[in-house]
Each structure stands twice: as structure tokens, then as C-alpha cells.
Design a protein around this ligand. Structure first.
Ligand SMILES: [Ca+2]
Length: 524
């Protein structure tokens, strides 16, 4: 028995090695096989038949593509009609926005889209290695029935894992003899000085806005500040307001005791004292971004993605600060590890005449160097090969924007690709703006980023339907109350009735659906 076991183990090891080494040989075919694919074209894209990227891919693989190019504006209508009627289907759908995650579930279960699990295992070494290295990516593209109906899209060049940053005017700090705040208590002291004194030094003590934000405006929101009392809350309107708690237990943040404390504290110490701008509850994104454009800066602290979100006029006066510690001396900032991924990249339909060859062709895009060329442009045109295994950006020609340059030669941001974080910095530099964001997150936020927002998941049709009955009312109510308690106070008096109302709106079922799906796809 022992010997049989040993032989089996040796065999298994051999097979593992063989699998790891198996690579496709190029060209993939000598017979010039053709596939019909549907591709969603942005206005910036040039004709797919003329794109240098696709021409090179054909030379390399031997596979010809008959592109059906559908403009973005009419894409969804055409796509829905084709899938719904099951007529004129292409052999595959190309690109991140070519299908929705609900398409994957609906048309996967009907057999219109074919499961890719075995095909990837046998014929797609790049994807297979990616899934082994990054189980989170595999979990993202796995449907509730266990099948994979689409390859992923992954582009981690810009560090979106921590969206929200806090910037403070250091010229003002210096002028008033203050230090960067590290706690909410110190922030209150600093903002009070910003409000009461002539922080911008123009002789008028009343033209300073101590701090600005945009309610539920993604990275511009204050959701992270709840982390000083427990968990950070999601930042954008309509998000699930769920974080992954201990042991994979999902937590609905707006029903936690810490959230209640946070609402009370932020009102009592900041909003009630006029230290954070009330306009933040109503202003739109354009108005938010247009602040601080005058000759003299008038904003003390702002929430942002980039340091230049309020323009570049006064950008150099600002520096980042870390999340402020709460009354217990702790804090937690929000993070979305999957923010730079999508579960849709490429799907194959049941009319495909040779799925084995087509998945091999798609797998080519998941070689990092081809992913780079698909996303950033071909080597020799948009990208320079330094000859030592690293790459750099070639200058954008005069009279063109960077995106015009990139989209004319490559598929750019929407391809079936995987450029993971480690590729940037080691193989190709991040752009200056992306590097600054990465450094800010690394130096000021990463160690506090313990509130992990609910990852995106592919849900069944039934779960989607059940959620749609609950989610809008539940989330609207939550967000309405948050605005009220932050701007006008009253959380203590209304908290119990609020919790009761959340239950009446279906909080329990809402959490059951997300928890069941999360446990199924993310516990191992
Ligand atoms: Ca002033």
C-alpha cells in the first residue's frame, strides 16, 4: 500500500511539473484558422483590422480574427438582442465590457457561453499560472455553479486598492506653527485654528474652509473616518456598506456600535462646530473639483484620490496625512483589493468551431508582455524595449493625447489581460501620477488598511432578484440617515428605531445572500 502511495505521489509530482512546464507553441496553427468575434469599440479606438496590436497577434499566433466591431453607444442593445434571441452569435466576446457578470450567469447556465475551466486547465498555461498565483482572481471569475464563463481583466498599474487619501495644507500648518495631526483630537485642534485664524495669510480670517469632502463621493467621502471607531465604511453611493470581518464574517458597517459612535463624534466635534464644510452633502463632483482655484488657497484639508484633484494651482502646498486615530488610539482605513479587476475579459460561445484553439489564442494575451502591449501599446510604437528585460514609455507624438496615442495602436484599458502589481516597478515604471498614488498608499495608509470592502462576486439570477427587492431601499435609508446624523446630529435618539427599520427593510436576508456567496467563493 505504502509503495503504491509513493508511486502515485511521484507520478503526481511528475504531472505537476509537466503541467507547470507545458507551454503553447507558436504559431498556434499553420492553417490560418479564422474566428468571428464581437468587440466593443470606444470612440477613441481605431479600426481593429488596422490596429498594430492585432496585426502582430495574428503574425505571432497564425490565427485570423474576423472582427465584428460594435460602437460603445449601441453595444449593449446589440449584444442583448443577439444573446436574447440566440441568433447571429459570435464565437467569442472580446474585452472587459463585452459582457456583464449577470450575462455570465444567465447565458452560462443556458449553455450559450461554454465553461472554460477544463479548457484553461489544458490549453491556457498563462491563465492557469495566474490562477495558481492569485486565487483571488480565480475566485472573482468563478460563477456560483463553479464554472468559469469568462477570463479576467486585471490592471494593477494604478493603485486603486486604497482609494481615499487625506491631504492637508502644510503652508497653513507652518504659518500657524502647527504639526500634522495624527489623532481626531489633534485634527479638531488644527481645523479650529484653520477656521479661527487667517491661515492663508491674506488678512481675512474668515475666508478659510477648514476641511472639505463630498458625501458618498467615492474617494472624496469621509467613510474612512468611521474606522477610528471600528470599521471604515464604504465610500460610494449605493455600495453594499459591507466589510469582511474576522473569520470571513461579513459586517454591515452602518449597523455597528462603532458606526453609531462615529456618527456622534463626527457631528459633535466637526460638523456642529463648522469644521467640515456642510456644502459637502450637496455639491456635485464638478463643483468639488473646482474648489481652491483662486489666487490664494482657501481649503485646509481635502479628501481625494490624487493630490491634484482640486487642481494643480495650489497642489504643492498639500501633503498627505495618515488616517486619524480615534478615542481608543486605533483606526482602520478602507481597502478594495479587487478594485482593479473585472470578472469579464473574454467569453466563448457554443457556436465556436474550435474552442481549444480559441482559448490558446486568448491565453496569449495573458503573457505579461502581450498584456502590456494590449494595454499600453505595442513595443516600438508606444513602448520601448530596453533590452534588459525592462520596458519604458515612448513619448506621445505632438498633437495627440496619451490616450489617443494608446487607443490608436492597442486595445488599451478594456482587453483580456492581467498586469499585476509586481509587473509595475520591476518591468515598467508606473507613470508619475500612479507612482505618487502608490507611494502615498504605501507610506501613509497600507498599514491601517484593515477594513476590506466586500469584493465583487458573480451572483445567481435568483440572488440578484432577491437583492434587487431589498438593496435600493435599504441602502437609500442608511445613507439618508447618515447624512442627517452627520449634518444635524441626533443619532443617539434615533438609533434603536433605525436598527428596527433596517430589519424591516430586509437586512437579515441581504446579509444572508452576501454571506452565503462570499463563503462559497472565498473560503478555502
Ligand atoms: Ca484668510
Amino acid at each position: 500500500m505504502k509503495r503504491i502511495l509513493a508511486v502515485m505521489m511521484a507520478l503526481a509530482m511528475l504531472l505537476t511539473c509537466a503541467a507547470a512546464l507545458a507551454e503553447n507553441t507558436y504559431p498556434l496553427t499553420d492553417s490560418g484558422e479564422t474566428f468571428k468575434l464581437i468587440i466593443r469599440m470606444r470612440p477613441l479606438h481605431s479600426d481593429a483590422n488596422e490596429m498594430e496590436l492585432f496585426q502582430r497577434m495574428e503574425d505571432y499566433t497564425g490565427v485570423h480574427i474576423d472582427w465584428e466591431q460594435i460602437p460603445q453607444a449601441e453595444y449593449d442593445e446589440v449584444k442583448d438582442l443577439r444573446l436574447g434571441s440566440n441568433k447571429n452569435l459570435p464565437e467569442g466576446f472580446f474585452g472587459k465590457f463585452s459582457l456583464s457578470t449577470s450575462d455570465l450567469v444567465v447565458y452560462g447556465s443556458q449553455g450559450v457561453l461554454i465553461p472554460l475551466n477544463d479548457l484553461i486547465d489544458q490549453y491556457a498555461p498563462n491563465l492557469k499560472a495566474l490562477f495558481e498565483r492569485r486565487p483571488d482572481i480565480k475566485a472573482m471569475v468563478t460563477a456560483p455553479d463553479g464554472n468559469i464563463y469568462s477570463t479576467p481583466y486585471v490592471q494593477e498599474g494604478e493603485d486603486g486598492t486604497i482609494a481615499s487619501n487625506i491631504m492637508i495644507n502644510v503652508t497653513w500648518l507652518e504659518r500657524l506653527g502647527l504639526q500634522k495631526p495624527t489623532t481626531l483630537v489633534e485634527l479638531e485642534e488644527v481645523l479650529t485654528k484653520f477656521k479661527e485664524e487667517d491661515a492663508n495669510g491674506n488678512g481675512d480670517p474668515n475666508d478659510e474652509i477648514p476641511m472639505t469632502f463630498k458625501f458618498l463621493g467615492s474617494q472624496r467621502d469621509l467613510g474612512g473616518f468611521f474606522g477610528a471607531f471600528g470599521y471604515a465604511d464604504t465610500l460610494a453611493q449605493g455600495n453594499a456598506h459591507i466589510v469582511v470581518g474576522e473569520g470571513g464574517q461579513l459586517v454591515f458597517v452602518p449597523a455597528t456600535e462603532g458606526y453609531k459612535e462615529g456618527c456622534k463624534y463626527l457631528y459633535d466635534h466637526f460638523f456642529a462646530k463648522g469644521l467640515i464644510d456642510q456644502e459637502g452633502f450637496t455639491m456635485d463632483k464638478k463643483t468639488y473639483n473646482a474648489q481652491n482655484q483662486g489666487e490664494i488657497a482657501n481649503i485646509g484639508v481635502f479628501m481625494c484620490w490624487n493630490s491634484f484633484d482640486l487642481g494643480t494651482v495650489h497642489e504643492l502646498e498639500y501633503e498627505p496625512i495618515s488616517p486619524l486615530l480615534g478615542p481608543n488610539g486605533t483606526t482602520s482605513w478602507g481597502t478594495s483589493p479587487d478594485s482593479t479587476m473585472a470578472a469579464t475579459g473574454f467569453s466563448i460561445t457554443n457556436v465556436c468551431h474550435n474552442p481549444e484553439l480559441l482559448i490558446k489564442w486568448v491565453d496569449t494575451f495573458y503573457d505579461p508582455i502581450w498584456s502590456m502591449q494590449c494595454d499600453l501599446g505595442p513595443i516600438g510604437i508606444n513602448i520601448e524595449d530596453k533590452g534588459d528585460g525592462t520596458y519604458d514609455y515612448l513619448p506621445t507624438p505632438d498633437g495627440m493625447s496619451y490616450d489617443e496615442f494608446r487607443y490608436s495602436e492597442a486595445f488599451a484599458s478594456d482587453g483580456p489581460i492581467a498586469l499585476t502589481s509586481d509587473f509595475f516597478g520591476s518591468k515598467i515604471p508606473r507613470s508619475a501620477g500612479h507612482q505618487a498614488k502608490f507611494d502615498r498608499n504605501e507610506n501613509y495608509y497600507r498599514k491601517y488598511a484593515t477594513s476590506v470592502y466586500l469584493p465583487s462576486m458573480i451572483l445567481t439570477e435568483e440572488d440578484n432578484d432577491a437583492l434587487s427587492m431589498i438593496k435600493t431601499d435599504l441602502i437609500n435609508y442608511t445613507e439618508e440617515m447618515r447624512a442627517k446624523w452627520l449634518s444635524k446630529g441626533g443619532v443617539d435618539e434615533e438609533w434603536d428605531a433605525y436598527l428596527q427599520q433596517l430589519n424591516e427593510l430586509g437586512l437579515e436576508q441581504y446579509m444572508e445572500i452576501y454571506q452565503r456567496n462570499y463563503t462559497a467563493t472565498h473560503s478555502n
